[in-house]
Design a protein around this ligand. Structure first.
Ligand code: 13P
Length: 256
C-alpha cells in the first residue's frame, strides 16, 4: 500500500515572531519542490495564530499538546482542542516523550488526549518510544506495546484510520545519535504488526513516522525503510534548508 510521506517539524519551545517569519518564508520558497510530501509544522501554541496565517499552501498546522478535557473550563494553563481547531490546526502531537518524562503524562493520560483530539476532529500524532535503559535491558517491544495498547484499548483500532504514530526512541532525541536503519525499521515493523494484529487493512494505511536526530544526511536512509512513512523532526526543523532537505529525501522516494 502506498502511503504519502509526512514530514513534520516539532519546534518544541523555540521560536520568536521574527525567527518564525524567517523560517516560514524559507519553507514557502521551496515548498513546491516537495509537492508530493505532506509538510506540517508544530509551533508553540502562542504562535499558532501567526504561523497559521503565514503558512504556505500545502503546509499543515499542528499543535504540540492539548488538554485531555472533553470541554473547556476551569483548567488554568491548558489549551483545549476546540481552540486549536479554531486556529486552523489539523494535527496535534500527543504523548511526546518530553511530556511523558518532564510533565508526568501517563499512558492513560496520553490515551485520553488522543481520544479528545479525535473527538474534536484533530488528527493525533501519537508519540511513543523507549528510553536507553529500556532498550539496553531488552524491554523495547514491551514498552512500545504498552504505550500503543493503552490507546488501542481505549479508542480501538478504527481510530487509527485517522491517526499518525511517531516512533521516537528517547535516546535519539536531541542527542545526535540516530537509530540505525535496522533499529528503526525493526521498531516500525513491530508497531505495524501490533496494529495488524487488530486490523491488517488499517495497519497498512497508518502512517508511522520516525523521530530522533533525523537530519538531511540520514533522512533518505531512514525513509527508504519499508515501514517508515516520514519523520517528526525536532532540531533540524528550525532551519528551513535542513527541513526542506529532509522533505526532499521523502520526495525522492515518493511513488506519486
Ligand atoms: P530531534 O530531531 O531534535 O532529535 O527531536 C526529535 C523530536 O523529539 C521530534 O518530536
Amino acid at each position: 500500500m502506498t502511503r504519502q510521506y509526512l514530514v513534520a517539524g516539532n519546534w518544541k519551545m523555540n521560536g520568536s515572531l521574527k525567527a518564525n517569519a524567517e523560517l516560514l518564508s524559507g519553507i514557502a520558497a521551496q515548498a513546491a519542490t516537495v509537492a508530493d510530501v505532506e509538510l506540517m509544522v508544530c509551533p508553540p501554541s502562542v504562535y499558532l495564530d501567526s504561523v497559521g496565517r503565514a503558512l504556505s499552501a500545502g503546509v499543515a498546522l499542528g499543535a504540540q499538546n492539548l488538554s485531555e478535557q472533553a470541554k473547556p473550563g476551569a483548567f488554568t494553563g491548558e489549551v483545549h482542542g476546540t481552540m486549536l481547531v479554531e486556529f486552523g490546526c489539523r494535527y496535534v502531537l500527543v504523548g511526546h516523550s518530553e511530556r511523558r518524562a518532564l510533565y508526568g503524562e501517563t499512558d492513560q493520560r496520553v490515551a485520553e488526549k488522543y481520544q479528545t483530539a479525535q473527538t474534536l476532529g484533530l488528527i493525533p500524532v501519537l508519540c511513543i518510544g523507549e528510553t536507553l535503559e529500556e532498550r539496553e535491558s531488552g524491554a523495547t517491544e514491551l514498552v512500545l506495546s504498552r504505550q500503543l495498547d493503552a490507546v488501542l484499548d481505549r479508542c480501538g483500532i478504527a481510530s487509527f484510520q485517522s491517526a499518525v504514530v511517531a516512533y521516537e526512541p528517547v535516546w535519539a532525541i536531541g542527542t545526535g545519535k540516530t537509530a540505525s536503519r535496522e533499529q528503526a525499521q525493526a521498531a516500525h515493523a513491530f508497531l505495524r504488526g501490533l496494529l495488524a494484529g487488530r486490523d491488517a487493512k488499517i495497519a497498512g494505511s497508518t502512517r508511522l513516522l520516525y523521530g530522533g536526530s533525523c537530519r538531511p544526511d540520514n533522512a533518505h536512509e531512514l525513509f527508504s525503510c519499508a515501514d517508515i512513512d516520514g519523520g517528526l523532526i525536532g532540531g533540524a526543523s528550525l532551519k528551513a534548508s535542513d527541513f526542506l532537505a529532509i522533505a526532499a529525501a521523502a520526495q525522492s522516494l515518493s511513488k506519486a
